[in-house]
Structures are given as C-alpha cells and as structure tokens.
Design a protein around this ligand. Structure first.
Ligand SMILES: C[S@@+](CC[C@H](N)C(=O)[O-])C[C@H]1O[C@@H](n2cnc3c(N)ncnc32)[C@H](O)[C@@H]1O
Length: 215
C-alpha cells in the first residue's frame, strides 16, 4: 500500500474501502480487506470488487449498493481535473459518514509547477515524464472555503495528499467566505501560511490533534 495511505489505514483501521481510479491495481490489491471496491473504467482486479465505468457513471447511474452503504476509508485518484475531483468528492460525501476518512491524491501544485496548468494538455509535453496530476490541487480551496463540515490536513510528499474527515460541528471560516477568483489568489493562501503542507509525520500529528478518526 502507498505509504501515506498505509499510515492513515493504521490509524483508522477501516473495515471497508473505496478507491476511485485503479491504475495498475498494485495499490488496490495490497489493501488487506475483503470489503474493498474500486471504480475505474479499465483494468481488472484479483481481490475485492471492480465497478467498471467512470466515477460519474457509476455514482449516477449504476451504483449497485443500497443508499446506506458507507465506506470507512476512501481514496480518490481517478481523472485528475478539478471539476472531476469536485464531483468525485461530492459523491463520496454521500457514501461516507462520521468517522470515515477520505484521501485525495495529487494536490501539491509545486511538483512540478502544476498550478500554472488549467486544463489537460498532452502528458508527455507537459510533465517531462512525471505522471499527470492535472489541477486536482484546486480541491483544497473548495474544501477550505465551502465544505465547513470537513477538517483536513495536507501532506507534502510528492505529489501531495489531502486527508479529510468530518467535524463534530460546523465551523464557519468567516475570514475565507469569498472564494478566491484566480490561481494566484489561491496560491497566496499557501504563501501566507493559511494553507500548509506538512511532511507525513507532522501531518499525522496534526490529524490526531485536530480529532481525525482513530480506532
Ligand atoms: C493515477 S491512476 C490511479 C492510481 C491508483 N489509484 C494507485 O494508487 O495506484 C488514475 C486512474 O484513474 C482512472 N480513471 C480515469 N478517468 C476516470 C474516471 N472518470 N472515473 C474513474 N476512474 C478514472 C484511469 O483509468 C487510471 O487507472
């Protein structure tokens, strides 16, 4: 299992797991749970269950479970555009509940300078051999500004992770009620220390201190 995922897996000890985006399947196969589900348009799995299709299609049209089917841990790592990850998170919020942990991959815009990229371009041209991480990083600001029901911590490790969980109460972040209107405005929040990426061990401390679910 990927190291960041493994660290939060150990803290939360989930009994159910949902991954969006299978990739080569190595991560999904290494998750030591029977109750694990992956949503992806391609690939195949040896363990758990693959819901084959795009995340939009599965959530909107062919969700095979009851409405009370919730997951204790979710890893969002499908199509890497800000709009898609926003929709994925919105759907995941309907499939998670208090004590669930949600991880989102590819949120560090400084590796390489992805924050300058708005839309998908040819990966090889864009990334100098690095995997495409799109503009997923914008989800930080969606969560920070609009999803008061979530707390989160950011992990610096390339290419960046966001770990989110539900608050006990709604906290209104009055000082940020205005949605930043540009990339540079958003990045100012990083530069002024409002948004901080932590190394993994510090992120774990933050998670525990801020009341992230631990079993
Ligand atoms: C970065 S890879 C996932 C890596 C994997 N989670 C891991 O940790 O090894 C992204 C995957 O998302 C899948 N994908 C692309 N568009 C998708 C969509 N709309 N819904 C779900 N998955 C999608 C791709 O097929 C690809 O397998």
């Amino acid at each position: 299992m990927r190291d960041v995922l493994e660290a939060f897996f150990k803290l939360r000890k989930p009994t159910s797991y949902l991954e969006i985006g299978l990739g080569d399947g190595r991560n999904f196969e290494s998750v030591p749970l029977e109750d694990k589900v992956c949503i992806s348009p391609n690939g195949s799995v040896q363990s758990g269950r693959l819901l084959r299709g795009t995340s939009d299609g599965i959530f909107a049209a062919s969700w095979p479970y009851n409405v009370d089917r919730f997951f204790e841990m979710v890893f969002i790592d499908g199509f890497h555009s800000a709009n898609q990850v926003t929709r994925d998170l919105s759907n995941v919020l309907l499939r998670t509940q208090k004590d669930s942990v949600i991880l989102i991959h590819d949120v560090n815009p400084f590796y390489p300078p992805y924050h300058e990229i708005e839309e998908r371009t040819l990966p090889e041209k864009l990334n100098n051999g690095h995997a495409w991480m799109g503009n997923v990083w914008k989800i930080i600001f969606e969560i920070h500004n609009w999803m008061e029901q979530l707390d989160y911590v950011l992990i610096k490790d390339k290419p960046g992770w966001l770990v989110a969980w539900y608050n006990d109460q709604l906290l209104l972040r009055d000082e940020y009620i205005n949605k930043p209107s540009s990339n540079s405005e958003m990045l100012n929040l990083i530069e002024d220390g409002t948004i901080v990426y932590y190394p993994l061990q510090e992120a774990i401390q933050q998670y525990i201190q801020k009341g992230g679910p631990v079993k």
